[in-house]
Write a protein that binds this ligand. Structure first.
Ligand SMILES: Nc1ncnc2c1ncn2[C@@H]1O[C@H](COP(=O)(O)OP(=O)(O)OP(=O)(O)O)[C@@H](O)[C@H]1O
Ligand SMILES: [Mg+2]
Length: 512
């Protein structure tokens, strides 16, 4: 195994790249190379340095040490504009598409100078070039459409097209597209669509692809680099890649035990902690009835638009039930849950899907974020005890393996996955008896996923009841006692997963 070297000089070569943030060594002498017509995967645990590495390549951060060369020539960047001149563009998860503008205006955002005719912006020329690049990349989106009507994956395609166009305009030999977890927020069909497009795109570009879903890496990538603690620990070509190999390299050891910790699964109790009867929301779901038992994991499956997200939000008081009955521990609560605060006071917690925006106060440190739901309990003499705050934080940080130099680190400086874990930790600490979890392991690395599953099992065995929407059918099936399947706003069926586990095929037939 050789890291970052080929018999011929690679098209793009990063050698000995190091980067520190104060006392955090994010990257240490890392190598990575990429060639035209190649999709290179980048994997590693949360905080391994993946985003930092691609941000250096995109000119967002400056490396402390190391060299980058393209086509044998050393290149130096001071900002993203410099990187763009070399054909390098990044698609961030926090997308940079503006909602109140058209597709073609978004395509050329910041590049209007190319379309000036004697100082006047030529919208016709923009539109013409937009049509050309979209047609060339076979992206079937009308350029005059308003961006707020686009799906997530369509927005990603616009960002990719923008980077390819700019690379061409800069006379870069090969556009280099950097994709940092582009599939995290996508449904299966959109992932399939994106992969098809990336496979077409690689015929005239080079692509770096970051994902925590190892099956995606195995399917898509021609070569894969594994980072661990800011260092290279392996580079494998397509023929050698397997999920198991990547997993063990990432974690540094074989993961032991069954992934979803099914051996810890217990039958739910008899007590009904939450009951919905004939619940209805005029925009999202109809006639929804089910019971959640004490110590049960109830998964809700369905596509976007099935109504599952809106249902979960209604349970936590974010959206509303237009009619129907809701009972907690047998008491009718529908009239009294009108906000998340009401739901919280009734013992319900909610882990949102978009944790960076909805779940975190980015400018506060880990310990303040994680203890937000338990401040009352941490008071002594009317003041929140810092000592207690530190104690409970340290314990949770250890339990779900939040990687950070200190619990006083600001959340904005944590890696994406570690931010996810802080929000998760906050709700796990809350002591709420019913937790609604929207994609609890999204963006979290494979080792930490298993830790979260263990924690969920421990919680239900202590009598907490969970409603989850997982990231895959496998996760829903692996974890749940029962699985609710929703389609077009209705419950199609409820499948038992206590005694024997259904297969994905058993679920899919109700969903499509
Ligand atoms: N702006 C910053 N300030 C301080 N520390 C940072 C900053 N950006 C990243 N780090 C730290 O650098 C390390 C690497 O982070 P990075 O975001 O590259 O990880 P990652 O591999 O992308 O992880 P994830 O899978 O969670 O997204 C982490 O310890 C992170 O906390
Ligand atoms: Mg990252």
């Amino acid at each position: 195994m050789k890291i970052g070297s080929n018999s011929m000089d690679p098209f793009l070569n990063m050698v000995n790249i190091s980067k520190s943030f104060l006392d955090v060594k994010a990257l240490q002498e890392v190598n990575l190379s990429i060639n035209e017509n190649e999709i290179v995967g980048l994997v590693g645990e949360n905080g391994a340095g993946k985003s930092t590495l691609v941000k250096i390549l995109a000119g967002v951060y400056k490396a402390d040490q190391g060299k980058i060369s393209i086509d044998g020539k050393d290149i130096y960047f001071n900002n993203p504009q410099d990187a763009k001149k070399h054909g390098i563009g990044i698609v961030f998860q926090e997308q940079s598409i503006l909602n109140n503008m058209t597709v073609y205006e978004n395509l050329f955002l910041g590049q209007e100078k190319f379309f000036l005719n004697f100082g006047v912006l030529s919208k016709e020329r923009m539109l013409k070039e937009a049509c050309e690049i979209l047609a060339e990349l076979d992206i079937d989106i009308v350029p005059t459409r308003n961006a707020n009507t686009l799906s997530f994956v369509q927005r990603e395609m616009i960002e990719i097209a923008r980077n390819v166009w700019l690379a061409r305009k800069s006379n870069a030999k090969v556009p280099i597209i950097l994709l940092d977890e582009p599939t995290t927020a996508l449904e299966q069909n959109d992932i399939k669509f994106l992969f098809q497009k990336l496979n077409e795109l690689k015929k005239h570009t080079a692509i770096i692809f970051i994902s925590h879903r190892l099956e995606e890496i195995v399917t898509l990538c021609d070569r894969v680099y594994v980072l661990k603690d800011g260092k290279n620990v392996g580079c494998f070509s397509k023929d050698d890649i397997s999920e198991n190999l990547l997993r063990s390299k990432m974690v540094g050891k074989e993961l032991v035990g069954e992934f979803y910790q099914s051996s810890m699964q217990r039958k739910a109790g008899e007590k009904v902690v939450l009951e919905l009867k004939g619940c209805f929301n005029k925009h999202a779901f109809y006639d929804v009835s089910f019971q959640l038992k004490e110590g049960e994991i109830l998964s809700i499956c369905g596509t976007i638009g099935s109504g599952k997200e809106a249902l979960c939000k209604a349970i936590f008081g974010i959206t509303k039930f237009d009619s129907g009955e809701v009972y907690i521990d047998g008491v009718d609560v529908k009239g009294s849950i009108n906000s998340p605060m009401d739901a919280f006071n009734k013992g319900i917690g909610y882990i949102p899907e978009d944790r960076r925006n909805e779940g975190l106060i980015l400018n506060l440190p880990i310990f303040e974020n994680i203890t937000l739901t338990v401040l009352k309990k941490l008071k002594s003499h009317g003041m929140v005890s810092r000592k207690k705050q530190f104690e409970v934080t340290e314990k949770m940080v250890k339990k779900i393996d939040i990687r950070s130099a200190s619990i006083a680190a600001l959340c904005k400086n944590l890696s994406g996955g570690n931010q996810q874990k802080v929000v998760l930790g906050k709700w796990l600490l809350s002591g709420n008896k019913i937790l609604v979890m929207s994609h609890p392991t999204r963006g979290v690395d494979v080792g930490a996923k298993q830790q979260i599953y263990t924690l969920m099992r421990e919680m239900v065995n202590d009598g907490v009841s969970l409603i989850t929407m997982g990231d895959s059918f496998e996760e829903d099936i692996g974890l749940a006692n029962r699985i609710i399947i929703m389609k077009d706003g209705k419950i199609m069926t409820i499948i038992d997963a206590n005694e024997s586990k259904p297969t994905s095929v058993d679920l899919i037939k109700y969903i499509v």
